[in-house]
Design a protein around this ligand. Structure first.
Ligand code: PLP
Length: 407
């Protein structure tokens, strides 16, 4: 019998996820040969010694004997109620009820469902550049067209409102905002967010706001939830336990729907349909939500000036700025630094090759900026989760390695 060759579907053509791309395959291969690789590619707190908060673990363990059945497709009521209470404490957040909440196997699943429910072939979605690349990938998978609007590195990576306006067409359906931002660490100003909301109002766009880092803020940064500025618009806010509660492996996130819904009944039925077809999110992890949102597991001590995450952000930023020809916006939030290599100093034509060669030479895995849909090969993303001395040393090694690219 001859077996017919099987290729991947053509739908996957625009689906890229370089955070776990070819360089990771090589990193795993090197590890299998016995090398120690410092993996700075994923924002996974558990791999750098951040433990799951005790109360979350305890509540999940207690729930497991009763968590073996499917739940409601939206998620268990106690968790959805906990999400409602969380936002009741956020000044100005539009009111919503538990039926406006969907729990998911991480925010990732909810992004996928949203794009599948929303888009027809050729529908356009405005997505930041650089972005967290799942947004672009899932827009493509849903047959939509990702249209990237620039964030401005010389203006603290704030969204460029003129660029957004210039890229709106009759096919634009939604605008994605990632705030605090992955990969840049920017926290958006009120002015920028109000500008985006105004554009969405003018063009009747759906707002999709990824706020998974909303509690990971440094210094005096203030996070403004997009929905608070847009009670008159349909806004989907995405968040979850992976980062703030350091339990990325539990796969637990939520989506909150606020604003007017009548005009979007079809789309929202689509979300409900897709929620039903996945049956429900993992039920034990849903039991982690209420424990987490009760507040006792706060991340505040880690982001305070003497806290570990704050120190690591400082260490990464200082080490990057110390490399000649490298500049980096000091992250105001999230878990990443996104430095630029001055093109007048370094001749880098292929940032994926740079990342690969750096891995092979120095056994440190980072991710190329083009993997975040940044248009030019002059940035990389570095995860700021390892301890400060590890970060400093890894970045010094990057500096030494870069010397071979000097013009
Ligand atoms: N959104 C952003 C901006 C992220 O950085 C990540 C993960 O790194 C996700 C969503 C996915 O998170 P989850 O673990 O909830 O699927």
């Amino acid at each position: 019998m001859t077996l017919r060759p099987l290729d991947q579907s053509s739908k996957l053509k625009g689906v890229l996820y370089e955070i776990r791309g070819q360089a990771l395959v090589e990193a795993d291969r090197l590890e299998s040969e016995g090398h120690t690789i410092l993996k700075l590619n994923t924002g996974n707190p558990a791999t750098f010694g951040f433990e799951a908060p005790f109360q979350i673990v305890r509540d999940m363990i207690e729930a497991i004997p009763h968590a073996h059945g499917y739940s409601d497709s939206r998620g268990i009521m106690s968790a959805r109620r906990a999400v409602v209470s969380r936002y009741e404490e956020v000044p100005g957040f539009p009111l919503f009820d538990p039926d406006d909440v969907y729990l998911g196997n991480g925010v990732s699943e909810l992004i996928t469902m949203t794009m599948q429910a929303l888009l027809d072939e050729g529908d356009e979605v405005l997505i930041p550049a650089p972005d967290y690349p799942l947004w672009t990938a899932m827009t493509s998978l849903a047959d939509g067209t990702p249209v990237h609007y620039l964030c401005d590195s010389v203006n603290g990576w704030q969204p460029d409102l003129d660029d957004i306006r210039a890229k709106i067409t009759p096919r634009t359906k939604a605008i994605v905002v990632i705030n605090p931002n992955n990969p840049t660490g920017a926290v958006y100003t009120r002015e920028a967010l109000e500008g985006i909301v105004e554009i969405a109002r003018e063009h009747s766009l759906l707002l999709l706001s990824d706020e998974i880092y909303d509690r990971i803020l440094y210094d005096d940064a203030v996070h403004i939830p997009l929905a608070t500025l847009a009670p008159d618009l349909l806004c989907l806010t995405f968040n979850g336990l992976s980062k703030t509660y350091r339990v990325a492996g539990y796969r637990s996130g939520w989506l909150v729907i606020t604003g007017p819904k009548k005009h979007a009944a079809g789309f929202l039925e689509g979300i409900q349909l897709l929620a039903s077809t996945r049956l429900c999110p993992n039920v034990p992890a849903q039991h982690a939500v209420q424990a987490a949102l009760s507040g006792v597991q706060s991340i505040d001590a880690l982001i305070a000036p003497a806290g570990r995450l704050h120190e690591q952000r400082d260490a990464a930023w200082e080490a990057l700025e110390a490399i000649p020809g490298v500049t980096c916006h000091r992250p105001e939030g999230a878990l990443y630094a996104f430095p630029q290599f001055d093109p007048e100093v370094y001749d880098i034509r292929d940032d994926a090759k740079l990342v690969y060669d750096f891995l092979v030479a120095e056994h440190v895995l980072i991710v190329q900026g083009t993997g975040f849909n940044w248009p030019t090969p002059d940035h990389v993303r570095i995860v700021t989760l390892p301890e400060a001395r590890v970060l400093t040393e890894a970045i010094e090694r990057l500096g030494n390695f870069l010397a071979s690219y000097r013009q």
